[in-house]
Design a protein around this ligand. Sequence first.
Ligand SMILES: [Zn+2]
Length: 357
Amino acid sequence: MPDNLLSHTNELRPEAAAAAGGVPHPPRASQPLARRLARAGLAAADAICAALTPGWVRDTPGLVVLALHSLCRSRAELHDPALAPNQNVCVEDFRALVEAMLECGYVAVTPEQVAAGLAPGGKYVLFTFDDGYFNNTLALDVLESCRVPAAFFISSNHVLEGRGFWWDVVHRELAAAGLSTSARNAQVRRFKALLPGQIERVLRARHGPAALRPRGDGDRPFAPAELADFARNRWVHLGNHTADHGILTRCTPDEARRQIEQCQAALRSITGTAPVAIAYPNGNHSPAVAAAARAAGLRIGLTVQPARNPLAAADDQRLMRLGRFYFHGRPDVDLEFRGYRGGFVPSRLVHRMLQAA
Ligand SMILES: [Zn+2]
């Protein structure tokens, strides 16, 4: 699911959208400019701090988890109108990321290795992809040539039903109607206050019964047989991303448990193995959600809190709320990469302040 730093201001207040009637609506006209200015200012501050950070502050022992979503073959395909913007990365940028991390001495690990406890003193990286896009098969060439594993977090009912992802539908339909990217992003944030079934009902009512049908290989999920074949690759590790991409803290306890357990069962049925890791959709988690995940057999949980993780032993509760950085690719690939390596990053401080507010 698309996400970015400043979108958290709304994600933290789902009740605000619900109080506004529970129906997504366009943002105030002043928001896009203010958000753009704030983002530009934070990016400049991040760049200055990265340039001033001495080498010894960077690359201390720990685990860096990196999140991607959909992949495309070339830079020319980055702006596929069938996909939400800001979550599409080209293979060339993914390869640059992997090579940069390896050159700095990071060891790429699997979710199973993280769950078992990583050896002290090392620098580790876990590459992850969310949602279950078929286009993630484009990662294989990089994984095989660089000999690194990656974890792919699958929303299982999308795979079983061949259902497209609602955020892509929102962007596609609203772009066709002439709405700006900012207005479409605001719409997506407001939809996140609802449950997946509610969102999809609204989209079908507005855009027709076939609204959730993918437009092609760029925006579709894996088919079950394709996922089974993909999972047989030695560098591929599957993870739980719930049955319907449910934002678990907005579900009832029973529904949250069902979302997690159904996904575990589906992936076990498709691949023969149940995952040890969950990526909480939208990063939303709580002690109750983590407990439900552990009860379903999961041993690590990934958030979207942009932070390096201290090394933790197996069964350490911190493994159920690991921080994770989004990787957006160029033009900020070098700055993004520096941000993963430690030191003070102003945008992260602002993010934490917004979460605490
Ligand atoms: Zn997702």
